[in-house]
Write a new protein. Structure first.
Length: 84
């Protein structure tokens, strides 16, 4: 599943859902640098403040470590386990 709206991007991998609150992202790139499996990358689209927000480019590689979530200074990303 993949959805995108004005405020959220949600991408579902096999075990985890990666949620990005696009309007909170300030393009610092910390989440990109701490991800051990390189799930995230800087997107082409910009939020209302002019920042290119991150996108979950490879959600199937997410291992659920939540390093991106814990390191984001703006609380713009959070991970959820897939409920099946």
């Amino acid at each position: 599943m993949s959805t995108a709206s004005g405020l959220f991007i949600t991408r579902e991998g096999s075990k985890y859902v990666i949620n990005v609150i696009t309007e909170r992202c300030k393009e610092c790139g910390i989440c990109i640098s701490v991800c051990p499996t390189k799930v995230l990358e800087r997107g082409d689209s910009r939020n209302k403040r002019g920042y290119r927000y991150v996108v979950p480019a490879r959600p199937e590689k997410c291992i659920g470590c939540r390093l991106c979530e814990f390191s984001c200074p703006d609380f713009a990303i959070y991970i959820e386990a897939v409920r099946r």
